[in-house]
Design a protein around this ligand. Structure first.
Ligand code: 2NE
Length: 270
C-alpha cells in the first residue's frame, strides 16, 4: 500500500491511503510509550483526521512488532504528570481519549503487540480493536504509581463487565490475545502479518456503508454513556441534519430578507 505522509512528526507517523488515515506511535525503542510531545502530535493528527472529508476511517497502531503502546513514558513522569519540554506536568492523553470517542468516524486500533497501562486504555476507547496474535493486554497503574479512573475504568467495565474490569485493575495481570477476544476486549485476532490487511478489509467494508448513518450510531452509542457531553454530541448531529432541511434554510433566508419565515409545511414526517 502506498501510504502517503499527511504531516511529518517527531514521535508519530501520520499517513493516508484510500480513505484511511493511519496514526502510528513511533517510539519502538520504548515500546511506544508516549511523552507529552507524542500526545500533542496525536491530538493534532486526530484533529486533522476529523476535519478532512476524504478521511473516512482512522487506524491507531504502534511501530514495530513488539508494542502497540506501553502507556506514559516513565522517563518523564514527574510530580503532577508527564513533564513536557517546557517543564509543565501533563496528562494530555485524556484529551486524546476524548477525541477518539467524539470524532464522528470509526477509529480502529490495530493492536500489534503490548497494549499496557495508558496504552491499553487507548485501545479500549477505540471503536473497534483488531489484535495480532502476539498482542498482550493489561493495566499496570497500581504497580507503577498510576491509575486511570476515567474511561480506563468506567468504559472498560462497559466493555468487559464490572467483575473483569476489577480483575484487570486489582491484579494488574497480562492477558494474551485469545483471552482478550474471549472477554470482548477486542473484535478479532489475526496473525501479525495479516493485521493491517484485516484492518483495511474492515475499513473498506465500513466505507461501503453510509458515513452519516455510522456517524449517528457512534454518537448514539456514546450518548448513553457520556451523560450531557454525549447528548451534546448527538444533539449537534441532529442540528446538522436539521440544517439540511428546507425548513431550517427558510428560517435563515427569512432573517436575511427581513420578513416573517414561512414554516407552514404540511409534509413533515409524523
Ligand atoms: C510493555 C512491557 C510489558 C514490555 O516488556 P518487555 O520485556 O518486552 O520490554 P522491556 O524490556 O520492559 O522494555 C523495553 C524498553 O522500553 C522501556 C523499558 O524501560 C526498556 O528500556 P531499556 O531497559 O531497554 O532501557 N519501556 C517500556 N515501557 C516503558 C514506559 N512506559 N516508559 C518508559 N520506558 C518504557 C514493559 O516494558 C512494561 O511493563 N512497561 C511499562 C508499562 C507501564 O507501566 N506503563 C505506564 C502505566 S501508567 C499510564 O500509562 C497512565 C495511566 O495509568 C494514567 C494516565 C496516563 C497514563
Amino acid at each position: 500500500r502506498n501510504w502517503t505522509p499527511i504531516r511529518e512528526y517527531e514521535e508519530i507517523r501520520f499517513e493516508f491511503w484510500e480513505g484511511i488515515a493511519k496514526i502510528t506511535i513511533d517510539r519502538p525503542r520504548w515500546r511506544n510509550a508516549f511523552t507529552p510531545t507524542t500526545v500533542k502530535e496525536l491530538s493534532e493528527a486526530f484533529a486533522i483526521a476529523r476535519e478532512r472529508a476524504d478521511i473516512r476511517v482512522i487506524f491507531l497502531t504502534g511501530a514495530g512488532n513488539m508494542a502497540f503502546c506501553s502507556g506514559g513514558d516513565m522517563h518523564v513522569k514527574g510530580l503532577g504528570g508527564y513533564i513536557d519540554a517546557g517543564g509543565v506536568p501533563r496528562l494530555n492523553i485524556l484529551d486524546v481519549q476524548k477525541q477518539i470517542r467524539s470524532i464522528p468516524k470509526p477509529v480502529i486500533a490495530l493492536v500489534n503487540g503490548y497494549a499496557i497501562g495508558g496504552g491499553h486504555v487507548l485501545q479500549v476507547v477505540c471503536d473497534l480493536s483488531i489484535a495480532s496474535e502476539n498482542a498482550v493486554f493489561g493495566q499496570t497503574g497500581p504497580r507503577v504509581g498510576s491509575f486511570d479512573a476515567g474511561f480506563g475504568a468506567s468504559y472498560l467495565a462497559r466493555v468487559v463487565g464490572q467483575k473483569k474490569a476489577r480483575e484487570i485493575w486489582f491484579l494488574c495481570r497480562q492477558y494474551k490475545a485469545d483471552e482478550a477476544l474471549e472477554m470482548g476486549l477486542v473484535n478479532k485476532v489475526v496473525p501479525f502479518e495479516s493485521l493491517e490487511d484485516e484492518g483495511v478489509a474492515w475499513a473498506q467494508e465500513i466505507m461501503r456503508l453510509s458515513a452519516l448513518a455510522i456517524r449517528m450510531i457512534k454518537a448514539g452509542l456514546n450518548a448513553e454513556l457520556d451523560g450531557q457531553a454525549g447528548i451534546q454530541e448527538l444533539a449537534g448531529d441532529a442540528t446538522m441534519l436539521y440544517y439540511m432541511t428546507e425548513e431550517a434554510q427558510e428560517g435563515g433566508r427569512a432573517f436575511l430578507e427581513k420578513r416573517a419565515p414561512d414554516f407552514n409545511y404540511n409534509k413533515r414526517p409524523s
